[in-house]
Design a protein around this ligand. Structure first.
Ligand code: SPV
Ligand code: MN
Length: 632
């Protein structure tokens, strides 16, 4: 034991005691020990604690997070509140960079920094960043354990909130790590909240917030932040590493929810599993939570070709870090119930009034005072720039384990994942795409994902409401050339005997007066229609851009599920082909993809076909907006 210690672990016994040392040695993994040695000596914590999968260790994290005031208990049992710095309430895209070597190609919208320069900068910020603090070391599994999907991960951090969140959101993996038999095949995340200020303590030096992705070492370094999208290694930091790996191994790592769709009154041999990618804050979680359906996951999934000829998909998480704004009793009864009853839940950046959390759009009377990320809050409070501080942040979140939800699909831990029947792609698009559209084939479906445009939201720092391309809702996390990523999608699906059907979705279409054309509940009709299409149950109208539903089928669905009279006028307004808007979109998309050196040929072919056929349609009808009734 001692000789192992002197060779492998170079940490003073004042910092790492025998019990914790033993836990590390038992892993029998030199690569992990090398990383731990390196970062403990750089970050200089006063204490190192190794967290195994035991309840005792997990409780230690929870209790210590409260003791250190990273979290504060609320009125209901298991509920806590965590506040991030007022400057750290969303993902910081501009400080998140991929380390690249000289001469390496990166698509222009991938934020990069020269590897040497980036490492020098961030390692400088990390030097001594844990002084006087306790450092936690924990091991996790991305994906169901013991499965082809599983990727192991090592997290080193000085934030108990980060590890507590991870323990809710991911599967513990200390025991699985032992079974790696010394392999270096895992992801590593080193994080520090940096110097802290205030009560509760938050990151002080936000100008030195950096999140640097080292693809070569399968490592992400993140410093001077606590907002989970910046700090929690296993979430979007791991997604970036997985995108890199999957694109070199012909599988997919996606910003997907997964749901089981269960149409009323229809007997299926098995559940119908669908995935969907929409940019953050565009209805992903609420789709996966549609009443009557089951949820497998709401944010990140891996997809692999399976021997049955289907793509199989697995949620790599086991919890939800969900946007809380607009969650209310009427529209999201399952989540609302879970959030207002005792269970392990971390709230972040909501308003606390006498130990009870309030958030925007909760449909309760607006509170008049309380504590939020700005300290004591009162109506009319302004920030430094003179802008009003709302009582809760629009990107305020809740963190819960999926097992807390009564609509959880029983396949969450299935090592084989589940066969994927369909994929939804969508964005916040007020004027172009119809509410639901089926692709003509797999490559046209890849095109649907590749041409997502969406108005920016509060999930990222910066201006909101700006229309931007967001391929597969994954652009923020892209670490390989976009062209390579699109080509990988094409190749992946075309190699399957039963590729998923693909649907473009748009929940945000408006009329020329700016009024939304669909209600919150309408998306249920689109998913039930899509599911039925995968069983060839509905006929559809072929348009230049794909298949749209027949009026009679939607009318029947609205009647059945909402007891609503869906009028032909509504259908025509929603499903007309807006040729001018679509052609303008093709121009924008062309400009965007022209910047990419590696855009595959099939993409340009489809874009040109859309253009030619949309123009023809416009000319044939002598107008810009063509009613679906004229296309039957
Ligand atoms: C998102 O913004 O897409 C999220 C939350 O799911 S974050 O962890 O910030 O990425
Ligand atoms: Mn997300």
């Amino acid at each position: 034991m001692d000789s192992t210690k002197s060779i492998m672990i170079d940490i003073s016994s004042d910092v790492l005691d025998q019990e914790n040392l033993d836990k590390l040695v038992a892993l029998n993994n030199d690569h992990a020990l090398t990383i731990i040695n390196k970062f403990v000596s750089l970050c200089k914590p006063s204490k190192v604690t190794v967290i195994t999968d035991s309840k005792e260790d997990l409780d230690y994290v929870k209790n210590k997070s409260i003791e250190l005031k990273e979290e504060t208990p609320l009125k209901l049992k298991g509920h806590t509140i965590h506040f991030d710095s007022i400057y750290d309430l969303a993902r910081d895209v501009s400080s998140t960079k991929v380390l690249v070597s000289k001469g390496e190609y990166a698509s222009p919208w991938i934020n990069t920094i020269d590897r040497e320069e980036g490492l020098e900068e961030i390692l400088k910020y990390m030097d001594g960043c844990m002084e006087g603090k306790e450092c936690l070391i924990q091991f996790f599994c991305l994906g169901p354990t013991g499965s082809k999907f599983t990727i192991c991960a090592l997290q080193i951090t000085d934030s108990f909130y980060v590890v507590h969140s991870e323990n809710i959101l991911y599967r513990q993996g200390y025991e699985t790590f032992k079974n790696l038999n010394g392999s270096a095949d895992f992801f590593s995340f080193i994080h520090s909240a940096g110097e802290l200020t205030g009560d509760p303590p938050v990151t002080k030096d936000i100008s030195k917030r950096r999140i640097y992705i080292d693809l070569k070492e399968s490592t992400v370094l993140s410093v001077n932040n606590t907002y989970a999208g910046n700090s929690v290694g296993l979430k979007k930091l791991a997604l970036r590493l997985a995108i890199y790996r999957s694109n070199n191994e012909n599988w997919l790592a996606e910003h997907y929810f997964i749901m089981g769709i269960h149409p009323e009154g229809k007997k299926r041999k098995s559940s119908s599993f669908f995935a969907g990618a929409y940019p953050s804050a565009c209805g992903k979680t609420s789709t996966a939570m549609i009443t009557g359906q089951t949820i497998v996951g709401d944010d990140i999934a891996y997809v692999r070709a399976w021997k049955d000829g289907y793509a199989h998909i697995a949620n790599i998480e086991q919890g939800i870090f969900g946007i809380i704004q607009d969650v209310n009793q009427k529209d999201d009864p399952v989540i609302f119930d879970a959030l207002t009853t005792p269970r392990e839940t971390i709230y972040s950046n909501v308003l606390i009034v006498d130990g009870t959390p309030y958030w925007l759009g909760d449909k309760r009377p607006a509170p008049q005072k309380g504590i939020n990320f700005s300290g004591e809050w009162f109506p009319g409070k302004k920030d430094e720039k003179g802008e009003e501080i709302k009582y809760a942040h629009p990107n305020a979140r809740y963190t819960i384990n999926l097992r807390e939800l009564k609509n959880l699909d029983p396949t969450l831990d299935e090592p084989e994942g589940v066969p994927l029947r369909g994929i939804f792609y969508g964005g916040r698009d007020s004027d172009t795409m119809v509410p639901v559209l089926e692709s003509l084939n797999w490559d046209e479906g890849v095109f649907f994902g590749a041409i997502i445009e969406s108005e920016t939201t509060t999930a990222t720092i910066g201006q909101t409401g700006v229309r931007k391309p967001n391929p597969m809702a994954n652009l923020d996390f892209m670490v390989v050339p976009l062209g390579k990523y699109i080509a990988n999608h094409s190749k992946f699906g075309n190699s399957l005997k039963n590729p998923p059907k693909v649907y473009a979705m748009n929940y945000f279409l408006k009329n020329p007066e700016g009024k939304y054309l669909n209600g919150m509940l309408d998306k249920k009709m689109w998913i039930i229609w899509a599911e039925g299409r995968t069983y060839s149950e509905y006929k559809a109208i072929k348009t230049p851009i794909g298949y749209i539903p027949l009026y009679k089928d939607l009318k029947a669905l609205f009647q059945q599920y909402l007891n609503k009279d869906y009028t032909e006028k509504e259908y025509v307004e929603q499903f007309s082909i807006r040729t001018k808007h679509l052609l303008d979109k093709m121009d924008r998309i062309e400009q965007f993809y022209k910047k990419e050196q590696e855009t595959p040929e099939f993409f340009w072919k489809i874009l040109n076909r859309w253009r030619v056929e949309l123009k023809k349609l416009k000319e044939k009808h002598g107008k810009e907006i063509i009613s679906p009734l004229e296309l039957v």
